[in-house]
Structures are given as structure tokens and as C-alpha cells.
Design a protein around this ligand. Structure first.
Ligand SMILES: Nc1ncnc2c1ncn2[C@@H]1O[C@H](COP(=O)(O)OP(=O)(O)OP(=O)(O)O)[C@@H](O)[C@H]1O
Length: 348
């Protein structure tokens, strides 16, 4: 469990102050994959760097299971140096550009954090072998980072981050420099590690597709503040803030609708263009054919998309509903009653 309360961090620059983290409070359960999304400069990195006190907050507190509550007061922390070292060791971190030691082999990179832990050479070798097995890189033990692909470098970084058996893994844009295949394979690895080791993962990204594919909960950040927070499925099904809707659109095939609206000829007269969202409560029923039959309307499906988020389907359809005005309205009322979310995008 991680509990963040009223966390604040301001950078004092020559010409201005930057309020990078502004009164952030969050609760993260153990074993969760927790996403933090926001545009560049939103404060995500600063927030996450505060969690292992790489960055010292100005005020607020952070409680990490097993370490009690650590409060910050004008840049100083009420925790001993010894406890702080222990706390940092219980949190692994991976980065966008891997941060590997280029002149060291894969083995030496992974062994590096084990150096001053009192383990013997033999014990370190056994542990590194275990870690390389875990990330499927046993055959690359003696090669140098320059001989690896981006995805393989990130696997080395993950093995290194896990060397001290941390309870928490912080991932700062870990897939942002990778191609789609490598991204998928790193996300799959993180998902597997979360399941196998029960490790809590806090993942920063600017891509909603990453959140959709791996996170259980998400916090949306803007200007240092958390503006929306919740279960990933619920946020996708019912986003409240404009910025959240923008992020969701960026990862949805349905956002192509703006192009269709610009080309008005595709919208027939006597029709309403609607966006329908089918959630857990409505995804299984044949609502479209029902309204067509019962209310004598024609439904023209223009775009459709199904996401599977945390094993639940979330469907979206952009369709025009054509027919006599009162029939179209009755069809829309029926959709509402059937737990389908209806947003009218355009009237003919
Ligand atoms: N060490 C620093 N000194 C001064 N300002 C900083 C420092 N680190 C971050 N900032 C500023 O704080 C704000 C938040 O930055 P932060 O890196 O936390 O955002 P972010 O959401 O992670 O964005 P990005 O993905 O671009 O890193 C930005 O305006 C940034 O310029």
C-alpha cells in the first residue's frame, strides 16, 4: 500500500516558480498496476521521483507499506538516512532511455545494485542468473548494451531494478522509446512480473494505449494536479474531464468521426449521428437490431470498436439513426433504458 497525502513540490527557477506537484493525494493498493498519465510537463516524473525521494517534496507525506509515514517539511524528511536507504532499496525504477552502464556487460549491469549488499560473488551470480531467466535474457549474459535491441535493453533494466526484490517498481515512460512490438513485449513482461511476484507497479506514460493495456487504476495529471482518478474501465467508459476525453480519443478508432463530420455528405437527412457506448451492463444484448425492429428506424454503423480492459469488453459505435423524428427519439430512449450510453454528435 502506498498513501500519498497533500504532496507539494515547487521548483524555484530564476524567472519563475514551477509548481510541478500541486497538492496531490493518492492511494495505491499493493499488487496494483497504477498508471499516471499526463502531457509533457504535467508533473508525472516529479511525482514519481518523490516516491523514492530522488526528489524531496516541499510538504505532504508518503507512506509506503513497511516504512511508516514519511513527512516532508520545507525540503527535509522525518526519516533516518539508514531507513531512507532501505526504503529506496525496496523501490526499483526503470526509465525511458534505460540508463544502463554502456561499458559494462549485461551481467555487470544487473549485478551492480547487489554490490554492497553483503552477498558473496557466488550468491550474486546465482541471483543475476535468476533475474536474467525472469526477463528471458539468459543468453545475453556477457554481451554489452550496444549489442542489444531497445526492448532487450529495457529487459536488462528491469532485471537490474528487481535485483533487491523490491515491493514497488516505478516505470517512467519505459516503453516510450520502443517500437510497437517491443512495447507490447515489455508490457506483457511487466504484467507477468506483477502476477508472479505480486509487485506493485506505478507507471508513468503519455499514451492511453499503455494504460488501457496494463493498468488497473489511473490518475490523470494536468498542471501538477490529479484532475481525475479511478478504475481504468470506469474512466474509459465514463470520462469526466476534457483532458481525459482527449487522451481516450487519442487511443480510439472512433475519433476518426471528426473527419466524417467534416464531410457532411455521409450523414443522411432525417437522422441523428450518435456515439453509443456499451459497458459491462449492455455489451451482451442485441440492442441495435431491437431498435431497428421495434421502432422502425434504420441504423447505419459507421465506426465500431471493442476494447478489452481488465478482461471486460467496452464497445463503442458511431452510427446514424434514421427514421421519423419521434421514432428516432423513442429508439434513443430505449437505448438509454438498456444501459447504453448515448451521445448525440450531430443532427441532420
Ligand atoms: N529539476 C528541475 N528543475 C526545474 N524545473 C523542473 C525540474 N524537473 C521538472 N521541472 C519542471 O516541472 C514541471 C513538471 O515536470 P515533470 O518532468 O515532472 O513533468 P512530466 O509530466 O513528467 O513531463 P515529461 O514527460 O516531459 O517529463 C515542468 O514544468 C518541468 O519543466
Amino acid at each position: 500500500m502506498i498513501n500519498i497525502e497533500h504532496l507539494d513540490k515547487t521548483y524555484h527557477l530564476k524567472n519563475a516558480d514551477v509548481h510541478a506537484v500541486d497538492d496531490v493525494s493518492l492511494h495505491i493498493e499493493s499488487g496494483q498496476i497504477y498508471g499516471v498519465i499526463g502531457y509533457s510537463g504535467a508533473g508525472k516524473s516529479t511525482l514519481v521521483r518523490c516516491l523514492n525521494f530522488l526528489e524531496i517534496p516541499d510538504s505532504g507525506s508518503i507512506e509506503i507499506e513497511g516504512f511508516g509515514k514519511v513527512s516532508a517539511n520545507q525540503g527535509s524528511l522525518d526519516i533516518s538516512q539508514k531507513k531512507l536507504r532501505e526504503l529506496r532499496r525496496s523501490i526499483g525504477m526503470i526509465f525511458q532511455h534505460f540508463n544502463l552502464l554502456d561499458r559494462s556487460t549485461v551481467f555487470d549491469n544487473v549485478a551492480y545494485p547487489l554490490k554492497y549488499t553483503g552477498l558473496s560473488k557466488k550468491e550474486i551470480e546465482t541471483r543475476v542468473d535468476e533475474l536474467l531467466d525472469l526477463v528471458d535474457l539468459a543468453d545475453k549474459k556477457y554481451v554489452y548494451p550496444s549489442q542489444l535491441s531497445g526492448g532487450q535493453k529495457q529487459r536488462v533494466a528491469i532485471a537490474r531494478a528487481l535485483s533487491n526484490n523490491p515491493k514497488v517498481l516505478l516505470s517512467d515512460e519505459a516503453t516510450s522509446a520502443l517500437d510497437p512490438d517491443a512495447t507490447e513485449s515489455i508490457l506483457k513482461l511487466l504484467r507477468d512480473l506483477n502476477k508472479r511476484l505480486g509487485i506493485t507497479i506505478i507507471l508513468i506514460t503519455h499514451e492511453m494505449s499503455v494504460i488501457k493495456s496494463i493498468a488497473n487504476r489511473v490518475a490523470v495529471m494536468e498542471n501538477g494536479k490529479v484532475v481525475e482518478e479511478g478504475d481504468v474501465y470506469d474512466i474509459f467508459a465514463n470520462p469526466k474531464e476534457e483532458i481525459t476525453k482527449k487522451f481516450i480519443n487519442s487511443s480510439s478508432a472512433l475519433s476518426n468521426i471528426t473527419k466524417l463530420i467534416e464531410n457532411k455528405t455521409i450523414i443522411p437527412t432525417d437522422s441523428k449521428l450518435v456515439k453509443l457506448t456499451f459497458t459491462r451492463d449492455s455489451v451482451g444484448s442485441a440492442t441495435i437490431s431491437k431498435i431497428s425492429r421495434e421502432y422502425n428506424v434504420d441504423v447505419n454503423i459507421m465506426l465500431a470498436n471493442v476494447d478489452v480492459i481488465n478482461a471486460d469488453a467496452l464497445g463503442g459505435i458511431i452510427a446514424s439513426i434514421e427514421g421519423a423524428k419521434e421514432n428516432v427519439q423513442r429508439a434513443i430512449d430505449f437505448l438509454h433504458e438498456s444501459n447504453v450510453k448515448v451521445e448525440v454528435i450531430h443532427h441532420a
